[in-house]
Design a protein around this ligand. Sequence first.
Ligand code: FAD
Length: 668
Amino acid sequence: MTQVERQQWDVVIIGAGGAGLRAAIEAREQGLRTAVICKSLFGKAHTVMAEGGIAASMGNANEADNWQVHFRDTMRGGKFLNQWRMAELHAREAPDRVWELETWGALFDRTKDGRISQRNFGGHEYPRLAHVGDRTGLELIRTLQQKVVALQQADHKETGDYESRIKVFQECTVTRILTAPGDGPAADGEKTGTDGKTGSGKAGGDRVSGAFCYERETGRFFVMEAPSVVLATGGIGKSFKVTSNSWEYTGDGHALALLAGASLINMEFVQFHPTGMVWPPSVKGILVTESVRGDGGVLRNSEGKRFMFDYVPDVFKEKYAESEQEADGWYEDPEHNRRPPELLPRDEVARAINSEVKAGRGTPHGGVYLDVSTRMPAEVIKRRLPSMHHQFRELADVDITAEPMEVGPTCHYVMGGVDVDSDTAAAAGVPGLFAAGEVAGGMHGSNRLGGNSLSDLLVFGRRAGLYAAEYARENGESRPAVSEEQIAAAAEEALRPFSAGTAEAAAAGAGDGPAENPYTLHQELQQAMNDLVGIIRREDEMAQALTRLAGLRERAARAGVEGHRQFNPGWHLALDLRNMLLVSECVARAALNRTESRGGHTRDDYPDMDREWRRANLVCGLAAPPDDETGRISLRRRTMPAIRGDLLELFEKEELIKYLTDEELTAE
Ligand code: FAD
């Protein structure tokens, strides 16, 4: 029997980005003992990298803004595929979450009259992004960490132990969610939610009993026993070659959910941010914040043409300027001018840049020009975009106050994620499992608007913490027992890379053949996803991707490492490969199935948006038993519940006609 240390907690949060920390604060405030586990150092999550700001309709810059306008923008940005209830909750609650941050000590940039300043971003009708220069995520994480410390100090006063009610385990990775037969009382999330789905899923399904983890520094295994687990693990970008994501975004939470019996939705929708650095090669993909365009930056091709005017799709034509003069006038006088097309939603801008480069009008390094140098005085650029100024000077030897940047699309964000109940964040199918932040699906539909992630983290992080605490409290008396067999199997799986390529490993089902280098496998995976399931997709290429993924999956079973368990990055990557391959298969399978173009999913062979697909969610589950022919992922199509009538009334009929089927329109 595998001997591993065990700890008991009420709520375990996996991830210490904005969603994880907000969930942890809420669970602890509900009086529950809460543990937070994160793969990297505490404070180093994607959230800290967020630049532009947090979207909330506080109406500071334009009093006409309100939650209804924010809801409308979010639905338009997501091409009406969003889980509308999530979009509603998000729009309604985001301002409270921002003000709450301020009461916890966040220092946002101010307007002249002392209110929180709000800036423009693509797809948002009014200036809506509360920000701290272009380092908003840093302030958000700093504030949440400070709040965690304040709670720990309060606990110390009461119990003599800072970590008695909230403890962070940094540089620890979860490799399995542990489950037990579902004989406990019904979870609150099992009630039918307002969006018509059931919350924490099928009656009698296995329920959460804890999480299996390893410490990166020592390689030591440990188990966190808890009735409630919140996934807040962020994105999947490291499966693609050109990405703004950092090393830890290997889709762990997505894969952990699948392996525990939950489902993923919308996985075909991956956001390629239009503006990543393209040069030098060592920094290709690093993000250039949308605030550059929000603050007046313009896109030009190699001929000097401001090309975005040629790419305004019909559904957005009425809202965007037709001339440079009108577009420029909007910054000063938005009442009488329409928005510049550079501020179209990200999917539109990314496709336009891709087309310009393909047509031979790109920059020497395969991007387009993004210019602020001719639009603002140098000191304004340095004040409003300090990180961008620093980033280009340090990494590309470019002074953005004097010359344009070269930019191109980069894999940035995944709209798809764990299928959750909109109100409770409970994962369908696995009682006790919750998900919030980028790892959860549905909120952003087929395309996320900039700034809507930071607000999503806070709104649904709080909800996940609240309902996870409630579930833990209700199930406290009948905590599920952690199975010894599951612990042994998780430990064996985690140790497999050390014996890869041996007869013993082959006998245990790892397949015949020599050990494979995890770094090589990772590079091949990234190349395949970039080339075959990237920004523009075709049936034959995605079918090819699935064949390549099957080959990689077979080889990854033999991913081998040398050395020992103490801080061994090769070993960590070998373990991450399982997750990246599962998630990549979800993306490729769903993208192949969706025969239309919508939001972040663009098909060369089906270039139009198809109203018949609007209500379709593609739901990915683990195929049982896994089949080498068809892969590890099963896919089914589910129809989304109709949008509530009062929310539909927020839109003009002429607009709805562009998205909804005749049947939906007449049913209204
Ligand atoms: P993250 O902040 O990504 O945190 C995930 C956590 O999970 C980390 O602590 C990680 O260590 C942990 N983790 C992962 N796997 C495991 C595991 N197996 N075991 C244990 N722990 C694990 N959005 C906006 O709204 N506005 C912006 O201005 C903006 N700018 C951005 C700029 C950049 C460069 C990037 C990359 C993203 C930006 N985004 C922005 C998007 C936004 O930052 C992310 O979507 C968001 O921060 C995700 O937050 P999260 O809490 O879901 O996860």
